[in-house]
Design a protein around this ligand. Structure first.
Ligand SMILES: [Zn+2]
Length: 270
């Protein structure tokens, strides 16, 4: 059986509290030998680190999600630095920019929108700085904000790479991400009936230049669509990915795991 990794999971979410040991075991049985649990604020990042200490297959990424930006402390950097030196912390994030639901769409003013955008950019900048300092890369959450995200990362090219996670943009956007030395990853949306645009983007993405992920508990692939997602379901994503790329499961395994080790240098081999 081919080995795959879930490079983006939210194991600290309460959805998983009842059955974490069996969830990690089910993943292993399905061939999913590495799970990276992603922080969305400092508490969630600390929980991701604790899970990485508890389960050998689990690693952590520490950071603050852009949609939580208004709750962030003024300066995150000292806290993130001290978390990032942990041997099982493999990256910073998830961070980036998300303009999908702005305050003005929920009764706020244009000034509220501007404050929200500025706060997102500020904590994104802090996370890019810490990543550069500690020699790790960033897991990027980007929604309806591609231009600003690429612009803000530009000064870090050559020092910090981004994993544009849950990639849902077109092949042209993918090429711009790759031109900056960054990389994309694909979720279970790849398996959706209405996911042809994602399959087209993956078809244009060279093997070795993308990773697989679930973003669980969200985005369960077919045939689990609408249910709680979990890392074992990378298996279902990998089946469709191998079809899209016209390669064998072993070739896909080798290419996606190699991409993960290049991107997350502290991730150890199973
Ligand atoms: Zn996420």
């Amino acid at each position: 059986m081919s080995t795959f990794y879930d490079t983006h999971a939210h194991l600290d979410y309460p959805d998983f509290a009842p059955d974490l040991p069996s969830l990690v075991e089910r993943a292993s049985v399905a061939g999913i030998k590495r799970i990276i649990s992603i922080g969305t604020d400092l508490a969630s990042s600390a929980q991701a680190v604790a899970l990485a200490e508890r389960f050998p297959a689990v690693f952590a990424v520490v950071g603050w999600h852009p949609t939580n930006a208004l709750e962030a402390p003024a300066d995150l950097r000292a806290d993130l630095r001290s978390l990032a030196v942990h041997p099982k912390v493999v990256g910073l994030g998830e961070t980036g920019l998300d303009y999908y639901r702005m305050p003005s769409a929920q009764g706020g003013t244009a000034a509220d929108d501007e404050a929200y955008r500025n706060r997102q950019a500020d904590i994104f900048q802090q996370q890019l700085e810490v990543a550069a300092e500690v020699g790790l890369n960033c897991v990027i959450h980007q929604r309806s904000a591609l231009e600003d995200t690429l612009r803000q990362m530009q000064p870090f090219v050559g020092r910090v790479r981004g994993q544009f996670h849950c990639f849902a943009d077109d092949a042209n956007a993918m090429r711009r991400v790759m031109a900056m030395g960054s990389i994309v990853s694909f979720t279970g949306i790849l398996t959706f009936k209405n996911g042809q645009n994602i399959r087209d983007t993956m078809a244009a993405t060279p093997l070795g230049s993308f990773m697989l992920e679930t973003d669980c508990p969200y985005l369960a692939p077919v045939p689990y669509r609408g249910k709680r997602c979990e890392p074992a379901y990378v298996k279902e994503i990998s089946v469709v990915a191998a079809e899209v790329k016209g390669c064998s499961p072993d070739e896909l395994s080798e290419a996606t795991c190699r991409a993960a080790h290049e991107f997350f240098p502290k991730l150890t081999r199973p």
